[in-house]
Design a protein around this ligand. Structure first.
Ligand SMILES: Nc1ncnc2c1ncn2[C@@H]1O[C@H](COP(=O)(O)OP(=O)(O)O)[C@@H](O)[C@H]1O
Ligand SMILES: [Mg+2]
Length: 266
């Protein structure tokens, strides 16, 4: 059965997009059929994946046009054998107005709009990964209700921890209000400074608060990963690949192993 996973935090710049992109790539390298839905008007995930596969998204309708027409199939771009994308761009900011137009005062229809459009395409994929903007909004409501699992991304700074702390009751509230069964798969820590006392303090606090929900893999702050946002992600590691690429890709691979383990897909 297709698993839909959203990467979230109500704070920007914490590594949601990079983590969701790396997870999508890892799953596809594992032989799973993956669809990446970029549900953030900033389109950062679309940008990294375009650079990674050296393509552009000019020849097909945007995600917004797909949402307008109520049909996402034509907005899907194939990136490689196992991975496709519904890319986003700034036109997606119109989503909230579109929903007001299309769903009037039907709150349930409004919140389940993305879910309804994903339903007919689900069968073609093992995993659908959704990247979201850092807001409590129609975007996150729609992503949560379309998802089986949420992975929360937390930077090792207090405000990011607080933002994760507010996300958890939000998921529970969504489940109660809409009768959905979205599960929090885990909290992944993005360690900004390995030796930083504040960073380690935040990790300790997060462990106290989230306990077993924390993934044991830590994502470290790496210049190499930062470079991927401008150059794309290397798809293959070779014998002569740089140690920095090996280290960066391996870090996300470990996270992917934990994700699959928790889902029970191994
Ligand atoms: N592990 C990492 N090490 C260093 N820089 C990172 C890492 N992950 C993400 N970044 C960088 O941090 C910035 C924010 O990451 P991004 O994934 O866009 O966060 P978000 O989606 O939460 O806004 C980007 O410039 C990205 O390149
Ligand atoms: Mg992002």
């Amino acid at each position: 059965m297709t698993k839909v996973i959203t990467f979230g935090n109500f704070k920007g710049g914490v590594g949601k997009t990079m983590t969701s992109v790396m997870t999508a790539l890892d799953l596809s390298k594992d032989g799973k059929k993956v669809l990446f839905i970029d549900f953030d008007p900033q389109g950062n995930g679309s940008d990294v994946l375009a650079k990674t596969f050296n393509i552009n998204y000019l020849d097909r309708p945007t995600i917004f046009e797909g949402l307008e027409k109520g049909e996402l199939t034509k907005s899907i771009h194939i990136l490689d054998d196992n991975i496709s994308i519904v890319p986003s761009d700034i036109s997606l900011v119109g989503f909230q107005f579109l929903l007001s137009d299309l769903t009037k005062n039907d709150y349930s229809k409004r919140a389940y709009y993305l879910d309804a459009l994903i339903e007919p395409i689900k069968k073609d994929y093992d995993f659908i990964i959704i990247d979201t903007p850092p807001t409590i909004s129609d975007f996150t409501n729609n992503a949560v209700l379309a998802s089986d699992y949420i992975v929360l991304v937390m930077q090792t700074q207090l405000w990011s921890l607080y933002a994760v702390e507010t996300y958890i009751p939000y998921i529970h509230q969504m489940n109660t209000t809409y009768g959905s069964e979205c599960e929090i798969l885990g909290v992944v820590s993005m360690l900004l400074d390995k030796k930083g006392s504040v960073d380690n303090d935040v990790i300790r606090k997060a462990k106290e608060t989230f306990g077993e929900t924390m993934f044991s893999t830590l994502i470290y702050n790496r210049q190499r990963v930062k470079r991927y946002s401008s150059e794309g992600v290397p798809l293959l590691l070779e014998k002569n690949s740089s140690i920095h690429d090996k280290d960066a890709l391996n870090m996300y691979k470990q996270l992917n192993i934990e994700i699959l383990d928790r889902i029970g897909d191994n």
